[in-house]
Design a protein around this ligand. Sequence first.
Ligand code: E4P
Length: 217
Amino acid sequence: MKFFLDTANLDEIRKAASLGLVDGVTTNPSLIAKEGAKFYQRIVEICEIVKGPVSAEVTSLEADGMCRQGRDLAKLHSCVVVKTPTTKEGLKATRCLVADGIKVNMTLCFSPAQALLVAKAGATYVSPFLGRLDDVSHVGMDLLRDIITIYHQYGFKTQVLAASLRHPLHVVEAAKLGADVATMPFKVFEQLFNHPLTDRGQDQFLKDWEKVKDQVL
Ligand code: E4P
């Protein structure tokens, strides 16, 4: 399973990347606005840190505009993956970008039917938003399971990118279902490391080491 960081914050990306456990980054206009950063510049800055796929979202409403914007984004850096919305226009744009050899991540996917269209359009990634479904009392994991079942059935090459993850169990459940990628906020990434028994065990080992360290040889 690949780990992507779901943030446009450079400090967070640097910290996580320094551990060597981050394979890429996903952004969206809201995440970049939160940082008060210049959109294109921030995408390049992120690409220079992670050296893996970095999703950058188009904002036009029509396929032609999305395509133009997508081509511009793809020129920014070889790591850029163009993010398009899972709408009719987004699907048209995806087909045109894919024909140009540009990698596409289709975002805002909320149903298996949409995911089927995403795969047929040839996108590199489909991003089902699990947390946002949970927020409205639908089980996000059910969507992930359905997409993975359908994709396996037909051998679709589109990678399933579990998005809108809110806590470590989302990551674990997505891994159990076989999601290709999990994109998570920095906070969730950090939570993956924590276990109170690890801390307690380590404390005890170090206390006991103090008792024997003078008798090592
Ligand atoms: C990732 O590509 C998405 O933009 C992101 O996971 C959305 O997460 P949210 O629902 O927490 O905003």
